[in-house]
Design a protein around this ligand. Structure first.
Ligand SMILES: Cc1ncc(COP(=O)(O)O)c(C=O)c1O
Length: 415
């Protein structure tokens, strides 16, 4: 039998899509053979030995699950693992559940990314929204997610970060929304620990943001990827969501359990939609279920089981609160240690923002050139925007990290 001629490929015309920067940094870091290299690129928690940390509450819950004779591998209902959904709702809305429970529609998602994807797709499909307002800057994946989930919705940027002061550009944010947002537009807000800046509005500023959303009839969509991980306090980190819910907004929350349970690879998440009338619940639920059915049919169960086990067991829940403290306190300590070391070295510039920011990331204020020098000359890796993952710092490398920053800042000053 003669071999067939190789046909032209239908795919040959495709341009290569650039690799995500965070993953590119991880690859470059892995290839760097320097013994004292430092990774501040990946948005994942590391312990003081620079190792992944399995939360003790998670380890214990997993053992209980494995030993439980009732554990099976059956399909879950389309809305998700049944015990998981009310627990995820309660974590987000806390005491408001008493008044909201008959107006929340939820489904389990493929982590926070999947929750964003569903939220973007669903809200744009069922409302007449033509535009979404996104903070400048934001988590880079938000843009791609909108492109893929709802390409017909125009992405508009609202000012968020003032590079001169390394702080929130609050006035510009409100002015822009007031001047340019249109009724029916969506606004994407980070519930806490804004990625990449680590800068959150104060409670007073959140009230003003809620005012402008009300005035302009915007639909608030919260990305909640760091509840409990940011401050160590679940209620504090849900403040903005609850403020909006209490004020009567219809809104959506894309919830991730990656960081606060350290369940990155398990892909545990939920999408919650608060509707203003309980008679809108069944039809809204049916549309979410349709999305689930058409994308992954039923959600993965193991991670949702771990979360449910922890949240429904008083002792495990208490242990988890302690685990959140361990992570959030270590990050705060590392911010302080980096700041103190930069001050001790007399590094030119003002570095207070490092301690003022919150969560996994610091927007260091370092520019692209400095970041490149850090990589090439100091073997220290971070995003080209100057975003550093504080979780990559530990008591063994923080002095070296500060010295590296000091060296590139001084070198630029002398040039
Ligand atoms: C702002 C923000 N949203 C959502 C996510 C989604 O994370 P995951 O899909 O791992 O839950 C992340 C993770 O880095 C994030 O920073």
């Amino acid at each position: 039998m003669g071999s067939l001629p190789i046909p032209d490929s239908r795919f040959a015309h495709l341009d290569e899509y650039p690799m995500d920067e965070a993953f590119m940094i991880m690859r470059d870091f892995a290839l760097d053979a320097h013994p004292h290299k430092i990774s501040l690129g990946a948005g994942v928690y590391r312990d003081n030995e620079a190792k992944p940390w399995i939360l003790p509450s998670v380890r214990e819950a997993e053992q209980l699950i494995v030993q439980d004779p009732n554990t099976d591998h059956e399909y879950q209902p389309m809305a998700g693992h049944p015990p998981f959904i009310p627990l995820a709702q309660e974590l987000t809305f806390g005491p408001l559940m008493a008044s909201l429970s008959n107006r929340i529609v939820s489904c389990q998602t493929i982590s926070g990314t999947g929750a964003c994807h569903f939220a973007f797709r669903f809200i744009s499909e069922v409302t007449s929204a033509k535009r979404v307002w996104i903070s400048n800057p934001t988590w880079g994946n938000h843009h791609l997610l909108w492109d893929i989930s709802a390409p017909q919705v125009k992405q508009q940027l609202y000012p968020y970060y003032n590079a001169k002061t390394c702080s929130l550009d609050f006035e510009a944010m409100i002015q822009t929304l007031d001047a340019e947002a249109q009724p029916g537009d969506i606004i994407l807000l980070h519930a806490c620990a804004h990625n990449p800046t680590g800068i959150d509005p104060t409670p007073e500023q959140w009230a003003v943001i809620a005012d402008v959303c009300e005035r302009k009839q915007l639909f608030p969509l919260f990305d909640s990827a760091y509840q409990g991980f940011a401050s160590g306090d679940l209620d504090q980190d849900a403040y903005a969501i609850r403020l909006f819910a209490e004020r009567g907004f219809e809104l959506a929350v894309a919830q991730s359990f990656s960081k606060n349970f350290g369940l990155y690879g398990q892909r545990v998440g939920a999408l919650h939609i608060v509707v203003s009338r309980s008679d809108a619940v069944p039809s809204t639920q049916s549309h979410l279920t349709k999305l689930v059915r058409g994308e992954f049919s039923t959600a993965p169960v193991h991670g949702a089981r771990i979360v449910s086990r922890i949240l429904s067991d008083a002792a495990l829940r208490k242990q988890w609160y302690g685990d959140l403290q361990v992570m959030s306190s270590r990050l705060k300590d590392m911010r302080r240690a980096l700041y103190d070391e930069l001050r001790r070295l007399g590094t030119p510039g003002s570095w207070e923002h490092i301690v003022d920011q919150i969560g996994m990331f610091s927007y260091t204020g370092l520019n692209e050139k400095q970041v490149r020098r850090l990589r090439d000359e100091q073997h220290m890796y971070m995003m080209s925007s100057g975003r550093a993952s504080i979780a990559g710092l530990n008591t063994s490398n923080v002095a070296a990290a500060a010295a590296a920053i000091d060296a590139v800042v001084r070198a630029e000053k002398q040039a």
